[in-house]
Write a protein of this length. Structure first.
Length: 165
């Protein structure tokens, strides 16, 4: 089946907000008129209406045409989690589900700690739920309770308050 460009224009490209975005993208490209034609102008905040010089950069077409949320975040999470020594796969999965700013705050606190995960034979709980024996820092209990409290909390305002303390 071939692409129907006329219908595509009528349903998407002819809308006023899309025309404004297209004009802003063209204006951003005009600022880099002497640049390599094989490069794209990238808006760092992914807002095509923000054509501030500090927000624009030249990147490869491959990078710029990928889905924005898949670009850097996966690399950043792996890099952050590699800083924590002795982190098990289960703990890494739990931490990787956190938003990037929250993960950064936790990893900076945990980066000098060594973590160990052991299963408590009596209760069957893992050390992710109990204070781990592998921690070698005096604030280990406080940090693990903060992490478990954060995971159990549903209220976003309470989560923010937990991170500030």
């Amino acid at each position: 089946m071939s692409r129907n460009y006329k219908k595509e224009y009528e349903t998407y490209h002819s809308k006023p907000e899309q025309k404004i975005r297209r004009a802003a993208r063209n204006a951003a490209r005009a600022k880099f008129k002497d640049a390599d034609p094989n490069k794209d102008v990238h808006h760092k905040d992914n807002n095509p209406l923000n054509n501030d010089k500090n927000n624009l950069s030249l990147v490869t077409q491959h990078y710029n045409r990928r889905e924005p949320r898949l670009r850097e975040e996966a690399k950043d999470v792996k890099k952050l989690l590699s800083k924590v020594k002795g982190l098990s796969k289960q703990q890494a999965v739990l931490l990787s589900q956190l938003p990037l700013p929250v993960l950064t705050a936790i990893v900076t606190q945990l980066s000098h700690l060594t973590m160990g995960e052991e299963v408590n034979e009596k209760s069957g709980h893992t050390s992710a739920e109990l204070p781990p024996k592998g921690f070698s820092h005096p604030d280990a209990k406080k940090l693990t309770s903060l992490m478990s409290h954060y995971f159990k909390t549903k209220n976003p305002r309470l989560k923010i308050a937990l991170l500030r303390d």
